[in-house]
Design a protein around this ligand. Structure first.
Ligand code: AHR
Length: 328
């Protein structure tokens, strides 16, 4: 990266940034470790990262970890060896990052987090996180469900006095799964309507369509005539589950209420087709703010430690109208 006079004039406050800039050649170079391509959401997130880097004239070294933390650690180590200006990554799981982030710190390379959260012993191991609030998303899943069953005066299919819920959880140990689980469970426990619900089963579907379908098939084998509500921690798993529900001779969105998370186009189409009821948005369009923040970090400017992107809630009755405006 070649240091422009303008950048120099801005004063390179942070010691980390100053070192990186001193090794400058042409462009700002950022190493980015993505977790993989498990969902429609993730593809949109990756596309947005690449587009934003290009628009801001950043040289992006992109690495796909294929869902493995060890691959992310290797990629980060490679970025350190390559002396990139800044490292960004989406932590596939919350824990296990301390050592590699200490290596980055020793090399004086600032680190930023995108999308998911992590737990480290020392918060100064990363400078900022741009992403989503999974806990809030989990709460919204409960709130939408509770309002809907209240408004529609929903009764249990098996004639019992509780509505039976099954939950498709995301990747084990991922903040997007942990946060959504905690948000949902805590909203449920605090609700005056909590006695209305029974959680029949919860299992990971790893945020993929194929596993969502597979796990829903096993839920249906055990509880075909009992399930009233499916909470799916992402839309891809919900879309897989819809196939399992239809194959079991049930009507998705009618026999079983289906609530997903992400608000991807595939889920909008399912809602338009009358096969899903709602989706809680998890916004993947984080690239621009991520790289703008990175550039500020490299200039030594102050940045906010955590920034959450805006997210909405969409139900089947709005789907056809909103669909043409969706960007992912
Ligand atoms: O971390 C965000 C989650 O990861 C999205 O909900 C999901 O689709 C993705 O795989």
């Amino acid at each position: 990266m070649r240091i422009s006079k303008t950048l120099l004039a801005l004063g390179l406050g942070a010691a980390l940034a100053a070192t990186s800039f001193a090794q400058a050649e042409d462009k700002v170079v950022i190493g980015f470790s993505q977790i993989g391509a498990e969902s429609e959401w993730r593809t949109a997130n990756t596309n947005d990262v690449k587009k934003a880097a290009e628009e801001l004239g950043i040289e992006l070294k992109f690495s796909d970890a294929q869902q493995k933390q060890e691959n992310q650690i290797k990629a980060i180590r490679t970025f350190i060896a390559q002396k990139v200006d800044l490292i960004g990554f989406v932590p596939v799981v919350e824990t296990g990052w301390d050592n590699i982030l200490r290596e980055a710190k020793r090399a004086k390379i600032p680190v930023m987090i995108m999308d998911r959260d992590l737990k480290v012993s020392d918060d100064s191991l990363y400078v900022a996180k741009i992403g989503t609030d999974s806990y809030a998303e989990g709460r919204k899943m409960f709130e939408w469900m509770d309002n809907y069953v209240t408004q529609t005066d929903r009764k249990a299919r098996n004639g019992g006095d509780k509505l039976n819920i099954v939950i498709l959880e995301g990747t084990v140990g991922a903040s997007a799964a942990v946060g959504r689980t905690n948000g949902f469970n805590e909203a449920l426990a605090a609700s005056p309507n909590k006695d209305r619900y029974n959680i029949l089963a919860a299992q990971t579907g790893d945020f993929t369509r194929a596993k969502g379908q597979q796990v829903m098939e096993s839920f249906l084998k055990s509880y075909r005539d009992d399930i009233d509500i499916l909470i799916s921690q992402n839309d891809d798993m919900a879309l897989g589950a819809i196939q399992a529900i239809e194959a079991a001779g049930l009507k998705p969105a009618q026999d079983i209420i289906i609530i997903g998370a992400d608000a991807v186009k595939g889920m909008f189409q399912a809602m338009i087709d009358g096969k899903a009821n709602a989706t809680i948005e998890c916004n993947p369009l984080q690239g621009k703010i991520f790289f703008e923040t990175a550039l500020k970090v490299l200039k030594g400017e102050p940045v906010q430690k955590v920034v959450y992107v805006d997210e909405g809630v969409f139900s089947a009755d709005q789907a056809a109208e909103v669909f043409p405006t969706r960007k992912y």
